[in-house]
Design a protein around this ligand. Structure first.
Ligand SMILES: C[S@@+](CC[C@H](N)C(=O)[O-])C[C@H]1O[C@@H](n2cnc3c(N)ncnc32)[C@H](O)[C@@H]1O
Length: 376
């Protein structure tokens, strides 16, 4: 746990999930720059209605808690991290209004702070959703690390909010100042966008923040072409479901199976639900859960877990989430149940799986990917 020192006070902050020997901080220089800027401009007062977008682990929500901000994030892990950090600072969690990225706040806001998201599509979607909550006097300030702010980023602010300029860089962070112009009438948001899934009649809808939003990922395509069929698979879990194509095709190949779709992104789970319901209307049963890995899925309940694991949590890269997914898959599988994993060959998932399950075989491989099967 480290201490964030900003004009609003000193706060204890940790990343989430909590890990022993965590080397990364729970905030970045853009968070500090944003908090310094609102202090320098004297923007905070008791009547100020504040909206915060994409707070990663709660540095903004915690520092501004006394103004009861509304905080929007697409990440379940961010929600859990913000709540844990509020607890650590003895701040009641209902002090802030925490919303997922598909929920609309009721207010119009005086101050909007945006951490620029990694995905430009996500930014575009968020600015579209933000517009009805702005008035000409709303102060909007966005912040990000210089390497994540491009001309295309600024163009979206210009197009959807108003004339935009930027600050000087400080500790490799930069602020963006769009001037709200309520007379702008942009075209409708292009999200959720959709494509037709190859070799099928399925139209696949994707909310803005979803993995491989524009077309089928090449790894997923390889996985789809090898998904198994067997009467033993009564309960199938699509773990890290994204838009849910893996579970959708598994459902088609296993007509008696009940499906569970899980992802930590609210937009992913909403897309998976939309796609499943579009494909099967109410003829099939499925459960949808936004959570960390398999938290909340009953132990010893699944016959088959399908997993195309992520290689990063926000900006931190690594196999730690994949490893957590494999461990939790072992817990939710019944004896004899199977975990199927697709990954880049070089990631060496077979070593971890063999250690955990005591067995691991290769179902298929090509130059880039390998599909592994392991049995509990
Ligand atoms: C490589 S994508 C695979 C998406 C989809 N299954 C496919 O093949 O197109 C990995 C997914 O894992 C999700 N994810 C990342 N961290 C997670 C976590 N801790 N718990 C659950 N899902 C997570 C991401 O949001 C993303 O949708």
């Amino acid at each position: 746990m480290e201490i964030l020192s900003v004009p609003q006070g000193q706060f204890q902050l940790s990343r989430f999930p909590r890990r022993k020997q965590e080397k990364l901080r729970a905030w970045d220089a853009a968070d500090e720059y944003l908090l310094q800027q609102v202090a320098d401009e004297h923007l905070l007062n008791d009547d100020c209605r504040i909206l915060v977008l994409n707070d990663q682990f709660g540095s903004l929500a915690v520092a501004l808690n006394q103004y009861a901000p509304t905080v929007i994030s697409d990440s379940w892990l961010a929600h859990a991290g913000i709540q844990a950090n509020l607890n650590d600072n003895n701040i009641p969690t209902d002090q802030i209004n925490l919303l997922d990225s598909l929920s609309a706040p009721e207010d119009q806001f005086d101050l909007v702070l945006i951490k620029v998201p990694k995905s430009l599509a996500m930014l575009e979607d968020q600015l579209h959703r933000l517009r009805p909550h702005l008035k000409d006097s709303t102060r909007v300030i966005a912040g990000g690390m210089v390497k994540g702010i491009h001309t295309s980023t600024l163009k979206f602010f210009e197009k959807l909010i108003g004339e935009t300029h930027t600050s000087l860089a400080r500790k490799k962070a930069r602020l963006i100042f769009p001037q709200v112009n309520c007379t702008i009438t942009p075209a409708a948001s292009p999200y959720p966008s959709s494509y037709i899934l190859e070799n099928s009649a399925h139209r696949i809808y994707n909310h803005a923040g979803v993995f491989s939003r524009d077309s089928l990922d090449i790894g997923t395509r390889f996985f789809l072409s090898h998904l198994p069929t067997d009467d033993r698979y009564q309960q199938i879990v699509d773990l890290g479901c994204g838009n849910g194509v893996v579970g959708l095709i598994a459902a088609e190949r296993n007509p008696e199976a009940e499906l569970t779709f899980v992802d930590e992104s609210f937009m992913a789970v909403a897309s998976a639900k939309l796609n499943f319901e579009t494909a099967f209307s109410d003829t099939r049963t499925a459960h949808f859960s936004t959570t960390d890995c398999l938290q909340g899925v009953p132990r010893n309940s699944a016959d088959l877990v399908l997993n195309n694991p992520p290689f990063h949590q926000q900006t931190a890269v690594g196999t730690h989430i994949a490893n957590q997914m494999f461990r939790e898959a072992r817990t939710v599988l019944r004896d004899g149940g199977e975990l199927w994993v697709i990954g880049n060959r070089h990631l060496g998932y077979h070593i971890t799986l063999k250690k955990l399950f005591g067995n691991c075989e290769t179902v298929a491989s090509n130059k880039k990917f390998v599909i592994l099967r392991t049995r509990k």
